[in-house]
Design a protein around this ligand. Structure first.
Ligand code: CMC
Length: 428
């Protein structure tokens, strides 16, 4: 074999193919390894396991590169729009002006949700976390569009399901907040662009005309672009693996929302702000909290620091940090939590523990600060992440279907009891 790897198992050598991606990343193909050798490979957390070949997003964690379909994130964040990036991720290339206008038009056409969704929303207490409400409403789409249940239907029908969820997601996201506030829900305003409409749905009230601040809408659009995809992370892998059982698009996306919820993934943005506020209330002693983060007997971690893949810097964090400064200045917001964040960042960057482990601020370290400045409440931060990640999940699901990937089904090494005889209750 021109490029292969040799592995010895129980004294016998096996040759395994090596595959190469378009950015020269290489992988040993072990798909036939068990059949050949009788042994499996093990890799908890998939730290070194590629689950698929993908043409959507390239990232190089060592050099801090992130590109969607080949386009650098810096250029997209600066010059594109969230809906254009959504088109790029899902359909594979930048749209022509006509294609983009048509895409936007179709999305605008489907923003309204069925009135009965309000009844579902009414069933949630106001204590419900908006992420739980959001994932439930997305699952509920299967009930209103039963034809979406079968992912094997025609491309036109699958595409309609895609358009529908992009169109309705801002409504669901905003309604999850309205439920928490006990406020009446708002209907979409189709005269507004995607992010302005979301802000109207979130902050509008039937009694008062809500005026969208263009600075806020633009900043939000940028944040959504930065969150739009991140290759095979926890939630994208969840979407792919749920979809691999041929569960519907909406079921797969709802699973992705739940995977995103955890504080080690998308929930980190909420956790960062809560952490910074705790530090502030505690007197602002960042050194004390740095020591806690390094103490192996203390479960505390510096939220917003570290990343499975980025081991140098997170390019999204750089863009967000700059955007945070600009937005806060433009809106005239003075946030003491920002000073704590900057202080913590400085200390961590100079601290041997963080340097040795290559722990740098990630996308979530500064995103919460911007969301706060934009008036988004803390419990909604992860919902914002989900709104941004939606096109990425759709693109991952679509690619998994087009690649005709087999059902995701890992193996294990069993470490439990060997066979033993059942004892009736009376004998125990
Ligand atoms: N604070 C303190 N120590 C840390 C942190 C942190 N935030 N992150 C990692 N470490 C330490 C960890 O204790 C371990 O130390 P040691 O080698 O001495 O045992 C070492 O660094 C490696 O950590 P790991 O947990 O093995 O790394 P991982 O790749 O499994 O985890 C991570 C990555 C993002 C889950 C982790 O860095 C973390 O928990 N960070 C805080 C949560 C966070 O900000 N998550 C958002 C990620 S970005 C948004 C997204 O894309 O989802």
């Amino acid at each position: 074999m021109p490029n292969s790897a040799e592995v010895k198992v129980n004294g016998q050598s096996y040759e395994l193919p090596v595959i190469e991606g378009t950015e020269q990343e290489t992988a040993i193909d072990i798909s036939a390894f068990r059949a050949q050798t009788g042994v499996i490979t093990i890799d908890p957390g998939f730290k070194n396991t590629g689950s698929t070949k993908s043409a959507i997003t390239f990232l190089d964690g060592e050099t801090g590169i992130l590109r969607y379909r080949g386009y650098p994130i810096e250029q997209l964040a600066d010059q594109s729009s969230f809906l254009e990036v959504s088109y790029l991720l899902i359909y594979g290339d930048l749209p022509s002006p006509t294609e983009l206008a048509e895409f936007q038009g179709r999305i605008t056409q489907h923003t309204l949700v069925h009135e009965d969704f309000k009844k579902i929303l009414d069933g949630f207490p106001s204590t419900a976390h908006p992420m739980g409400v959001l994932s439930s409403l997305v699952t509920a789409l299967t009930a209103f569009y039963p034809q979406s249940l079968d992912p094997n239907r025609s491309w036109e029908e699958v595409n309609l399901s895609i358009i529908r969820i992009i169109a309705k997601m801002p409504t669901f996201a905003a309604w999850s907040y309205k439920n928490q506030m006990g406020h009446p829900v708002m209907y979409p305003n189709n005269n507004l662009d995607y992010c302005s409409n979301f802000l109207h749905l979130m902050f509008g009230l039937p009694s008062t005309e809500y005026e969208v601040n263009p600075i806020v809408a633009k900043a939000l659009d940028k944040l959504l672009i930065l969150h739009a995809d991140h290759e095979q992370n926890c939630s994208a892998s969840t979407v792919r693996i749920v979809g691999s059982s041929q569960a519907s698009l909406y079921a797969s996306l709802s699973a992705g929302i739940n995977a995103l919820w955890g504080p080690l993934h998308g929930g980190a943005n909420q956790a960062v702000i809560e952490m910074l506020e705790n530090i502030k209330v505690d007197g602002g002693d960042t050194k004390k909290w740095m020591a806690k983060a390094k103490d192996k007997n203390d479960p505390f971690r510096l939220m917003g620091f570290g990343h499975r893949v980025y081991k140098n810097f997170d390019p999204r964090a750089r863009i967000i940090k700059k955007a945070a400064d600009e937005v806060l200045e433009a809106l005239g917001v003075v946030d003491p939590v920002l000073d704590i964040a900057k202080g913590l960042e400085q200390e961590a960057l100079e601290d041997q523990y963080f340097v040795d482990r290559k722990l740098y601020p990630n996308v979530d370290f500064y995103s919460g600060i911007i969301y706060r400045a934009l008036g988004i409440p803390t419990e909604m931060f992860t919902v914002m992440f989900a709104l941004g990640r939606l096109p990425g999940w759709i693109a991952q699901w679509k690619e998994m279907r087009e690649n005709k990937e087999p059902i995701g089904r890992p193996r294990q090494i069993y470490t439990g009891e060997n066979e033993r005889d059942y004892k009736p209750l009376s004998a125990r």
